[in-house]
Design a protein around this ligand. Structure first.
Ligand code: FAD
Length: 424
């Protein structure tokens, strides 16, 4: 059995683990990253870099290095009713520069940029085909881990083990941290289509138990996100491509030419959605980040961004822990205490959006559409929602009075007023 040593051992090189490894490498901290996949991901997934994620990539020196032919700036998102009626338009240009835009990338582009930057860092060793199998403990504290690397068993002694291994985290399980893992009854069929007609701005349709998002991507491509029942992907496929295209044409007749470019199921994938709540993210010598600690519904548009922000904050704390030789849960808790308020707020907000946006109930749908229309005419409330989705707010976008105003039950004397300097 191989025994290796590192300052930090990271399990999972996904959205959070890869950023953590690179940020630690840039601080010269010896890190081993174990990833069970055989190599960088290649599957289809929609990628929207929100302003807070752009800031992280900028801090890592990568934002301006993303290949221009794989990224697309999108400023305006139109929320519409099924059939086409526009309800509300959100403009990222209202946010403070320089991150006053959404960046839509082709699948895995940002992730590949992070992984290849890691490969050139001498203080980090990234191992694929390495699956976490258990924790090493001494006197009740975590002092490393075991893994299976191909056919070999590996032991890594580390001062801190980071579980960045996603919603079904095995590290969390080994730490015996109880998790409330909820799988939503709806997930997303995602497709990469051709922009047969120009689509410069994003469209997001809501109806009775219907959601379809169309986001322009680089290379004259368009991402479609279509909500379907979890477990129904095979049935959707059995009904055939034309049935799916027709369902989309009924939702947005203006985009028929785009939908007609869906000609192969290989252009599609199904992404399930889940939420994780845990009473703690830390133990003596170990910490959880990203989905392992707090997966959230994608309505927040923030799951991966929050994993990245976790990584940056932890990378700021860990050098102090190394200097002080203190890896106790109490010391690591600083990270959790700082991060938990925003994450909890986003989880709650996304769940509220599930109630209103995913609804099949006509009364709730009517209230939802009414709120969208109010937001369209209310710059203050619209900005609150936008800055939350952009990852710039720590506190909930609406208080009780704001909710009544959003529902159109109270007038808003400050409807035209947006706080100067953003993020309010
Ligand atoms: C439909 C959908 C849309 C989404 N849209 C957005 C969006 O617009 N914006 C956004 O910010 N987020 C979005 N997300 C969320 C985002 O994908 C996740 O929140 C993000 O990937 C979490 O990063 P992570 O590093 O915590 O976990 P992951 O990215 O899941 O990475 C975990 C890694 O750990 C590895 N691993 C697991 N177990 C082991 C093991 N035992 N040993 C070694 N390695 C292991 C896995 O292979 C994986 O590489 C969306 C999610 C879904 C489902």
């Amino acid at each position: 059995m191989n025994i290796e040593e590192a300052d930090i051992a990271v399990v999972g090189a996904g959205g959070g683990g890869a950023v953590l490894a690179l940020a630690l490498a840039q601080k010269g901290i010896k890190t081993i990253v174990l990833e069970q996949a055989p190599g960088p991901p290649s599957g289809l997934r929609g990628e929207i870099l929100q302003p807070n994620g752009q800031r992280v990539l900028d801090q890592l020196g990568l934002l301006n290095k993303l290949p221009a032919d794989s990224t697309r700036t999108v400023r305006r998102f139109h929320f519409c009713k099924v059939g086409g009626e526009r309800l509300c338009t959100v403009d990222y240009g209202d946010l403070p520069p320089p991150y006053n835009r959404a960046v839509v990338t082709l699948p895995n582009v940002a992730h590949h940029a992070i992984l290849s930057a890691i490969e050139s860092e001498p203080s980090v060793s990234l191992r694929y085909r390495s699956a976490f199998t258990g924790l090493l403990r001494e006197n009740g504290r975590v002092v490393g881990l075991t893994a299976k690397q191909g056919d070999d068993h590996v032991t890594v002694k580390a001062r801190v083990v980071v579980g960045a291994d996603g919603a079904f985290s095995k590290v969390r399980e080994a730490l015996q941290i109880p998790a409330d893992l909820f799988l939503y009854p709806q997930g997303y069929l995602i497709a990469l289509l051709d922009a047969a007609i120009t689509l410069d701005e994003a469209k997001y349709f809501v109806g009775k138990r219907t959601i379809l998002g169309l986001f322009p991507a680089a290379g004259d491509k368009v991402y479609a996100f279509y909500m379907i029942k979890t477990g129904s992907y095979e049935q959707v496929k059995e009904r055939g491509l034309s049935s799916l295209r027709n369902a989309w044409i009924a939702i947005d007749p203006a985009s028929e030419a785009i939908f007609n470019t869906l000609t192969d199921w290989k252009q599609t994938a199904f992404l399930p959605t889940g939420r994780v709540r845990t009473p703690t993210w830390v133990a003596d010598g170990a910490v959880l980040i990203g989905d392992a600690a707090h997966a959230m519904n994608p309505h927040a548009s923030q799951g991966r961004m929050q994993a990245m922000v976790d990584a940056m904050m932890l990378a700021d704390l860990l050098p102090d822990c190394l200097t002080a030789n203190d890896y106790s849960a109490g010391r690591l808790k600083e990270f959790e205490t700082t991060r938990r308020p925003q994450v909890t707020m986003l989880q709650k907000l996304a769940d509220e959006q599930v109630v209103y946006w995913n609804t099949a109930n006509p009364v709730i749908a009517c209230l939802r559409d009414r709120v969208f229309r109010t937001l369209d005419g209310n710059a203050r409330l619209r900005y609150r929602v936008l800055s939350t989705t952009a990852g710039l707010r720590q506190s909930p976008p609406f208080g009780m009075l704001d909710r009544l105003m959003a529902a159109g039950l109270l007038p808003d004397p400050s409807a035209d007023r947006v706080a100067a300097g953003g993020a309010q």
